[in-house]
Design a binder for this molecule. Structure first.
Ligand code: MG
Length: 361
């Protein structure tokens, strides 16, 4: 089976409520989709959001990277030559991880379809279902409490609460949420680089002193401040999860070596796809470091690829794959079943998505 054609399209899905973090506010998923057609007519699909504030990728840069660099580099290659395809994919252009991720997942989709197996089974696949948290956006306390209670009503047992916009006010917000949802709900906190190192320690210790029982604090300080990450990690009991600090396997090695976090958040849009994500899984596993898998504002297509990876690898113990839960509609057919917090894998070959409603060219 050879790669015959790589085409691009666009998909837009409104969100249930606007997505607000310390870095941005967005009201719809608006992503580039990739379709790879093989010489036997079978199709593989991938998706990339333009998350400029995190990856630096814009819609224009994703389109240009795929159309002018990646497609010419891998078209005509045999889908069984995964090693060769990935070598070219990652060498033909540096950075551009979202564009690479979209193509990488479409390649894996075809690779698994060629073997007539679900992707997660090929990647190592033990679990046939995983549980995701749901993100609570940064708002005033009342609204965040309301959103948290709605999440719990919908069956989510794990909340990932966005903070980092106004320092110590964050402690009160989390305290109000804990009070409202009770002690059995898991609360994770994501500061999206919003704190200074000493400020982070003060806030996290305050949460610890109040007994708020926080599962983890994600990316408390600036992505490039490994010293700051290390300082926070060493000064608090709550586990620190690196997100924006770790894009590549090299970042993961440095982070673990320097003791700059307790956990690593793997996102396909940061790694450039499943191939590099598997390397981070291997590195983390070797050092006994657990991982989370997360997503950007992605719809079911890209999140399904991440779900296959997560279901396959035991080192990924936490799942933040709520992209589809935040979308107002699901325009796809096939693939893993997203029902509230529960993501159930299916036996369809590849990623499983059979219909992507976009105009490809
Ligand atoms: Mg994060």
């Amino acid at each position: 089976m050879k790669i015959a054609k790589i085409e691009l399209g666009e998909i837009r899905i409104p969100l249930v409520t606007p997505f607000k973090t310390a870095l941005r506010t967005v009201d719809s998923v608006n992503d580039i989709v990739v379709r790879i057609t093989a010489d036997d007519g079978r199709e593989g699909f991938g998706e990339a959001p333009a998350t400029a504030v995190i990856t630096g990728d814009t819609k224009g840069s994703i389109v240009t990277a795929v159309r002018d660099f990646i497609a010419p580099a891998i078209t005509g290659m045999d889908i069984e030559d995964m090693d060769g395809i990935m070598g070219r994919l990652h060498k033909c252009i540096v950075k551009n991880t979202s564009a690479k991720a979209a193509v990488d997942m479409a390649v894996y989709d075809l690779y698994a379809k060629n073997l007539n197996r679900p992707l997660y089974k090929i990647l190592g696949g033990g679990q046939d279902a995983i549980e995701t948290d749901i993100t609570i956006s940064v708002n005033d306390t009342e609204e965040m409490v309301r959103d948290s209670l709605r999440g719990v009503e919908q069956g989510f047992r794990i909340l990932k609460v966005k903070v980092g916009k106004d320092g110590t006010g964050d402690v009160e917000r989390i305290a109000a949420i804990r009070q409202a949802v009770g002690k059995d709900i898991v609360i994770r906190v994501d500061a999206n680089q919003g704190w200074q190192p000493k400020e982070a320690v003060r806030i996290i210790r305050a949460m610890e002193d109040k007994g708020l029982d926080i599962d983890l604090v994600e990316q408390p300080v600036n992505a490039h401040d490994f010293e700051g990450m290390k300082y926070v990690t060493s000064q608090v009991f709550t586990p620190v999860l690196a997100d924006e600090s770790v894009f590549s396997p090299q970042d993961a090695i440095r982070l673990i070596w320097e003791g700059a976090a307790d956990l690593i958040n793997i996102k396909l849009m940061k790694t450039g796809g499943i191939y590099e994500a598997l390397k981070i899984c291997g590195i983390a596993e070797s050092f006994g470091v657990e991982c989370m898998t997360g997503c950007m504002l992605e719809s079911k297509l890209a999140v399904s690829a991440a779900a296959h990876l997560a279901a396959a690898r035991g080192v990924i113990t936490r799942h933040d794959l709520d992209g589809p839960a935040l979308c107002r509609t699901d325009p796809y057919e096939g693939g893993p079943v997203f029902a509230g917090a529960q993501i159930t894998m299916t036996e369809e070959p590849g990623i499983g998505i059979t219909k992507v409603p976009a105009v490809f060219a």
